[in-house]
Design a protein around this ligand. Structure first.
Ligand code: ARG
Ligand code: ASP
Length: 655
């Protein structure tokens, strides 16, 4: 009896296709996923995750700055995010006397916490489906697309204005989901007094640097700590000494129980952008043209920077942040291109489009995939030139300055910029047809015997630099951008139908809207992966691995002496540092809380593995992994390195 039951269960398990941990779900609609989440281990209800009637987990999560996530971990406004999310602010407080980037920073009491003008955090008050209100008054037969868009704008503006009437610091946005098949109103409360509380030295917070970025095994202590301040009424207020720590509706409990392969986890945060439903031609462009060309251009720039950075410590300091910025996407694209090829995404999408087209005959979706292919044929070459412009001439700081974009003079090293000018202007000129170059560019080019001579002239004569920069800017913003905009709105419009068509075609599939920096929930489990044949990566890294990588001669692996001393005391070999899971995340999810089955904080998301970065286009459960800092390493660093264990007093520990 027992045996046959087991057999039946096994059989059932074999028939039921394994649901991949793909997806970034809207918190307000989480009730549609809660059954699956609970089946996989979640012990919470949908109301615990998102509620407008009671405090829920959403109240402990913020959009941090313009593109990261943070989470509340105390009832006194204490917030965790990544080191790389706080980096710019830590840098601004740093000087030769107080190098907080290098040495770390720890406020030893509230009066030492440092204000950060310009930094805001946003709490989501509520989100709601406003599709009907946004399309109110729309008459398909009588209105063209332009009129439809104008109506949408008018209705959205009204919804937003109404939504922010109610109180202090409210912000609202109306976002199109599924290419405009659905509209959601998001109402946020924005706080602008956010102070720096703590950050580890970069040799911990950025340990591994560009070498380990997007990689596993990883040992980066990528966290920083802030505190949100509010007026006496707990509402948003401009920075003031009389402000008090914000009392959140909800703060996260911290679990020190640890993680192991298979444990349920979920990530609550603000993923920035994905394109999961695009046409094969769009993928082909990314894989065969955009990624490889941009990678090559950035390789050139990075090599030029590195050559000078290796020669001088001063130049290294000047360019490390710029280098990191260029290197980050550069490395991501390499993983993405590889992943797209390995997963045969283009042929798989082509086959899908073929099936779709057959199904669509006689419906209003007939011919839509061919139409998209044609649109891309017109769009891609222009877009390519636009990408070239961005990656080449706009990357020259001299040209940036000449077109009025500020460049920090203290971080400017002219010999690098001169070499970048020669390399990038040559690349731009060589790759693109002259029809993509403004008249002033062609005229200047003709006036000089070589790009070298041209460079000398531009760096010697600001008027010449200005003419070049302004000519390029004018051409790209005034001539090409409108063309691109027109084509891309035609594409978006077609996607609106294609998206709807896909939803009808695959009526059994659960669709989630592409990421757009709005709050989402992704869920999965702690899991290692097989990067290549015969290699298995365990999902947990430890302090032992930091000591293994430690090398005073390699900048990225030179740990602070204090960490060596602590390790030498013994007992910390198994101290967990980072872990992998299958949560579907993307840029913007950095700093997101990683939660266990009970909704307790176990980690802070900060990256993905290189081999899986094509998850922005297609998610492969075998290889797509998010990388999180184990919260226990954060606690370890606060206590042992920062001597700031006083912060634990205000945290709530689950165990
Ligand atoms: N790859 C991570 C992300 O996309 C971390 C980036 C910051 N770190 C760095 N070494 N560049 O944001
Ligand atoms: N590192 C990214 C971020 O800053 C996260 C990712 O792309 O996985 O948001």
């Amino acid at each position: 009896m027992k045996k046959s039951f087991l057999l039946a269960a096994l059989l059932f398990a074999a028939l039921e296709p394994l649901k991949a941990d793909e997806g970034m779900w809207l918190p307000a609609l989480i009730s549609q996923r809660i059954g699956d989440m609970q089946a996989k281990g979640l012990q919470l209800s949908a109301e615990d995750i998102y509620s407008v009637n009671q405090a829920s987990l959403k109240d402990a999560v913020v959009l941090f700055g313009r593109g990261c996530t943070g989470e509340l971990v105390s009832d006194e406004g204490l917030l965790f995010t990544n080191h790389h999310c706080g980096y710019g602010f830590i840098q601004r407080h740093s000087s030769v006397e107080h190098d907080y980037l290098k040495d770390g920073f720890w406020a030893m009491n509230r009066s030492q916490e440092l204000p950060n003008p310009g930094l805001t955090v946003r709490f989501l008050e509520r989100m709601e489906d406003v599709t009907a209100a946004v399309l109110k008054g729309y008459k398909p037969a009588k209105m063209n697309e332009e009129q439809r868009q104008a109506l949408i704008k008018k209705n959205s503006d009204k919804l937003k204005a109404d939504a922010v009437k109610e109180g202090k610091g409210l912000r609202a946005s109306v976002e199109a989901l599924y290419y405009g098949n659905q509209y959601f109103l998001f109402v946020f409360r924005e706080y602008s007094d956010v102070r720096l509380v703590g950050a580890p030295p970069s040799s911990i917070g950025k340990f591994g640097g560009e070498t380990d970025n997007w990689m596993w095994p990883r040992h980066t202590g990528d966290f920083s700590i802030f505190r949100i301040y509010a007026g006496q009424d707990n509402m948003p207020a401009e920075y003031s000494e009389t402000n008090v720590p914000y009392r959140p509706k909800k703060s996260l409990k911290i679990s020190r129980a640890g993680v192991k392969e298979g444990d349920f986890t979920f990530v609550y945060g603000c993923p920035g952008s994905t394109q999961e439903y695009i046409h094969s031609e769009a993928v082909r462009y990314i894989q065969d043209i955009s990624d490889p060309e941009k990678i090559a251009l950035r390789t050139t720039r990075l090599n030029l920077m590195k050559k000078h950075m290796d020669q001088s410590q001063a130049v290294r300091i000047q360019y490390s942040s710029k280098y990191a910025g260029v290197a980050n996407a550069w490395k991501k694209w390499q993983g993405e291109e590889k992943g797209l090829r390995k997963n045969k995404v283009v042929p798989v999408k082509q086959a899908y489009e073929k099936r779709f087209a057959e199904w669509a005959v006689g419906t209003r979706y007939e011919g839509i995939t061919d139409r998209l292919a044609l649109l891309y044929a017109a769009y891609n070459p222009i877009y390519r030139s636009y990408e070239y412009y961005n990656e080449t001439v706009r990357a020259v700081e001299k040209i940036q300055m000449a077109s009025g974009r500020p460049v920090a003079q203290k971080d400017y090293y002219r010999p690098i910029d001169e070499e970048i000018f020669v390399a990038m202007v040559s690349a731009f000129d060589k790759a693109l047809d002259d029809s993509y170059k403004p008249e002033s560019f062609l005229r200047q080019r003709a006036a000089f015997a070589s790009v070298e001579a041209w460079k000398d002239a531009v760096f010697a004569d600001d008027a010449l630099a200005k003419e070049l920069a302004e000519g390029l800017d004018a051409y790209y913003t005034q001539v090409l951008t409108p063309q691109l905009r027109e084509l891309s709105s035609a594409i978006t419009l077609t996607y609106r139908d294609y998206m709807q068509g896909q939803m009808e075609f695959e009526s059994g599939r659960d669709f989630y809207p592409d990421a757009n920096l709005t709050l989402r929930v992704a869920y999965g489990k702690v899991a290692g992966y097989r990067p290549v044949d015969a290699v298995w990566y365990n999902p947990v890294s430890t302090l032992r691995g930091i000591i293994e990588k430690d090398n005073p001669d390699i900048f990225d692996y030179n740990i602070p002496q204090v960490l060596r001393d602590i390790y030498a005391r013994g007992g910390f070999e198994e101290q967990p540092v980072c872990f992998l899971a299958t949560n579907h995340t993307t840029g913007g999810n950095s700093g997101s809380p990683v939660l266990n089955a009970k909704g307790e904080l176990i980690g802070i998301n900060f990256d993905r593995v290189w081999e899986g970065t094509m998850s922005d286009l297609v998610y492969d459960p075998e290889i797509c992994r998010n990388i999180s800092l184990d919260v226990r390493y954060l606690l370890f660093v606060i206590k042992e390195v920062g001597n700031a264990a006083y912060l634990f007093d205000e945290m709530n520990f689950a165990d």
